[in-house]
Design a protein around this ligand. Structure first.
Ligand SMILES: Nc1nc2c(ncn2[C@@H]2O[C@H](COP(=O)(O)OP(=O)(O)OP(=O)(O)O)[C@@H](O)[C@H]2O)c(=O)[nH]1
Ligand SMILES: [Mg+2]
Length: 390
């Protein structure tokens, strides 16, 4: 039976987990260069849970593209983003096979709501149970708050402490008897990428997440890396500003905004509005989470091209991780078998697990494909576009 490679998306509420997943699927299934080497399809099944329908990743891509289109004629406007929260968990499946071959590998990405990683959340025990089954964790990081907010706000938005607890309690390789991979994915980092400062983002991740990274690196057979991703490509962070709500004195309509001087506010869609006599501007109560007041992060469109970067690198690294693991276990298993006259060994079940992941794909052929992707620079090496592996 072909077993799925289980990946869990982890991160703070509204930090962009579903969006980055949508861009990963988009880049994997629409890349002409990649399709010369691998046949890739979205094998996600439609689902309903508790009366809610699974959000299609295509809908999310359209939401992201819409942001680019809306602002096309006004590059100067600076606006807020926050749409379509996830309220439960959903599985999205990416299927990869060698061209003209039936056998395939399936990567199951589980996307959950940011609230799942809060200690007190009602879903925390089911999240923990699933974490123990997972092989790969993707920690999505909201970069503007990482780079520009103080430590308290950054932790509040990115849930660093909560995620550290979840990881320390549930992610281990049983003294090297298993192997796992944890990838940090800073997103919304167009500004730093375009200014050639992506290394500064990586350095900040190493610092802010040092407690969990140190723990992970202390585990045998734990692969830890950073893959910065541009989910959209041309929506660039501008500034963090204190969060306010504008209440229109005539209509009573409430709109998120920030203050611009003493006489104007900038509304969430980017329009600059002079304050009317009857208008009221209050601090935004929704921006206070666990007694910490978060500023809003404001963005602008550089140009209207949807241009994700590095989103394809994660699935490629996942495939190679499984391949390396399979080959290593095969070798270790062989020596065990020789030594113990083919008796069942500790490593045998693990070998079978990795063997099943490959779903009867010929590992040598898949290795050749990975080598070719590296040769053609489709696979990015250490240091390229901020890719970093310990
Ligand atoms: N500027 C910018 N906005 C983004 C990016 N990715 C996501 N967003 C926006 O950020 C908001 C939150 O994104 P989601 O992908 O829904 O975040 P999430 O982590 O899945 O949220 P929950 O599942 O509700 O915790 C949405 O309004 C997105 O359009 C990005 O790369 N740049
Ligand atoms: Mg989501």
């Amino acid at each position: 039976m072909n077993e799925e490679i289980k990946v869990l998306m982890v991160g703070g509420r509204r930090c962009g987990k579903t969006s980055v997943l949508a861009s990963i699927f988009q880049q994997m299934t629409h890349d002409d260069r990649l399709s010369n080497y691998l046949t890739i399809s979205d094998a996600t099944v439609a689902e309903e849970k508790g009366g809610e329908r699974k959000e299609g990743l295509n809908d999310k891509i359209n939401e992201l593209k819409q942001m680019l289109r809306q602002k096309r004629h006004d590059n100067s406007s600076v606006f807020l983003v926050d749409k379509n929260p996830t309220n439960t968990y959903w599985d999205y499946k990416l299927r990869l096979s060698l061209p003209k071959k039936e056998e395939s590998v399936c990567i199951n990405f589980r996307d959950s709501a940011g609230e799942y990683f809060v200690k007190s959340s009602t879903n925390s025990s089911s999240t923990e149970a699933y974490m123990r089954e997972c092989d790969i964790f993707v920690v999505v990081v909201d970069t503007p708050y990482l780079m520009e907010a103080n430590d308290e706000v950054c932790d509040n938005v990115n849930r660093i402490d909560d995620i550290t607890n979840f990881i320390k309690n549930n992610v281990n390789t049983a003294d090297g008897k298993d192997a796992k991979m944890v990838i940090y994915v800073p997103i919304k980092c167009e500004k730093w990428y375009n200014e050639n400062h992506i290394d500064a983002v990586n350095e900040k991740i190493k610092m802010a997440y040092s407690s969990q990274i140190d723990y992970l690196r202390g585990q045998k057979h734990m692969l830890v890396g950073i893959i910065p991703m541009l989910t959209i490509g041309n929506i660039e962070f501008v500034e963090l500003k204190e969060a306010f709500v504008h209440i229109n004195g005539h209509t009573g309509k409430e709109t998120r905004c920030c203050k611009v001087g003493s006489k104007n506010v900038r509304m969430e869609d980017g329009t600059l509005v002079p304050l009317g006599e009857m208008d009221v501007v209050n601090e935004d109560a929704h921006a206070v989470v666990n007694n910490i007041k978060r500023p809003y992060s404001w963005y602008r469109v550089k140009n209207d091209h949807f241009a994700p970067v590095n989103c394809d690198q994660l699935p490629l690294r996942i495939i190679s991780f499984v391949l390396i693991k399979y080959k290593k276990l095969k070798k270790e298993n062989a020596t065990w078998i020789e030594r113990f006259f083919d008796r069942n060994t500790l490593l045998k079940p693990l070998f079978e697990k990795y063997n099943n992941y490959l779903g009867r794909i010929n590992p040598n052929e898949l290795s050749d494909v990975v080598a070719a992707l590296k040769k053609d620079n489709i696979w990015k090496n250490q240091g390229v576009d901020g890719i970093f592996f310990y």
